[in-house]
Design a binder for this molecule. Structure first.
Ligand SMILES: Nc1nc2c(ncn2[C@@H]2O[C@H](COP(=O)(O)OP(=O)(O)OP(=O)(O)O)[C@@H](O)[C@H]2O)c(=O)[nH]1
Ligand SMILES: [Mg+2]
Ligand SMILES: [Zn+2]
Length: 319
């Protein structure tokens, strides 16, 4: 049976009816997760309310503070407003379209591990996203227990040294052995943090260890490797018993960046900034131009070669 098509006027009337103000009391809440158009919203008493939302609100993500009301006619709850966001972590999909991941985040925990092996450009992309959104990044090397036998042990520690030299906090932990996890407390307590990183590095395992008793799925690496599947499929916010929120997010293989100019990209590498105005050409892309202040700084050892290479690799991937 074919669906009867509504005329434009009818469609407008339907939309106006749907958006009609409700006369039930307005209540505040925190978005915990979203599943398609359905949201898990925590009310002020800690109860989870499954809500729909007004269409014009766009995507709402964990960390969003919202106002919701009961729609008694439909016996459902509806989010009617979203508070202005302090920060928003977004990531583009393979077509370059930006998608919000988490809102009102203070700290971005970039989780890496000996397996699956980290990609420096992925870490650098996350660092740029954090810098642009004014979110403090922290790098966590998980699976410390695997380090001694790891053939790339030295490179991994060198990578951490590189980020430490850029004043980025770097922590080494093991969710499995529950070792050194208290190092995270200083950044977690009273803050909203989001955990990101490749699939299988142990984001959900760390969160499950930090908050005993929560129901959080962790994956089997051998299956992950075979099918490229993610164990965590949607971002979700958890409360720390000591105060603070952690948002777990689905892992990805490579974190793409939204299209940006060479100038914006270079600005995202914090240690490049002091050299950026000294290149001979104002539109220098810092690849092979003569009298490039950045390349000169790298040659003089003032900037790490690995970071220049990472910048050039990300730039090339955007062209
Ligand atoms: N040896 C070791 N294995 C760990 C550690 N932490 C986690 N794992 C294992 O790593 C695998 C993946 O862990 P998850 O926590 O599901 O990884 P994830 O980063 O949440 O993955 P996605 O949800 O797919 O993004 C599981 O088999 C864990 O048991 C650790 O400290 N040491
Ligand atoms: Mg997970
Ligand atoms: Zn230059």
């Amino acid at each position: 049976m074919s669906k009867r098509k509504l005329t434009q006027q009818q469609q407008r009337r339907v939309a106006a009816h749907r958006a009609k103000p409700l006369d039930t009391p307005e209540r505040t809440g925190l978005v915990i997760a979203h599943y398609g158009s359905s949201l898990d919203v925590e009310d002020d008493n800690g109860n989870i309310i499954v809500c729909g939302k007004r269409q014009h609100l766009g995507t709402l993500v964990p960390g969003d503070r919202v106002t919701w009301q009961m729609d008694t006619a439909n016996n459902s709850a509806v989010v009617v407003r979203v508070a202005e966001r302090n920060t928003l972590l977004s990531r583009p999909d393979s077509r370059g379209e930006l998608h919000a991941v988490a809102a009102n985040v203070d700290h971005l925990f970039i989780v890496i591990a000996p397996t699956p092996a980290p990609s420096q450009t992925t870490v650098d992309r996350y660092l740029i996203a954090a810098t642009v959104q004014n979110i403090q990044p922290i790098i966590v090397l998980n699976k410390e227990d695997l380090l001694p036998e790891d053939p790339h042990h030295t490179q991994l520690l060198e990578l951490l040294e590189l980020y430490k030299s850029l004043q980025i906090p770097c922590l080494i932990v093991s969710a499995k052995c529950k070792s050194h996890l208290s190092l995270l407390d200083a950044y977690l307590l009273g803050k909203t943090s989001v955990f990101v990183g490749q699939s299988g590095v142990g984001k959900s395992s760390i969160i499950g260890t930090l908050i005993p008793g929560i129901n959080i799925k962790t994956g089997d690496l051998s299956i992950l490797g075979k099918h490229g599947k993610h164990t965590t499929t949607t971002a979700r916010l958890y409360h720390l018993p000591q105060g603070g929120n952690i948002i777990d997010s689905p892992g990805i293989r490579e974190f793409p960046l939204w299209p940006m100019s060479p100038a914006e990209l270079a600005y995202g590498f914090i240690e490049f900034r002091e050299f950026l105005h000294d290149c001979k050409f104002r539109n220098c892309t810092h690849v092979n131009e003569p009298s490039c202040a950045l390349l000169n700084a790298a040659a003089a050892g003032k900037i790490k070669q690995a970071r220049i290479l990472s910048y050039q690799k990300i730039l090339a991937s955007m062209l």
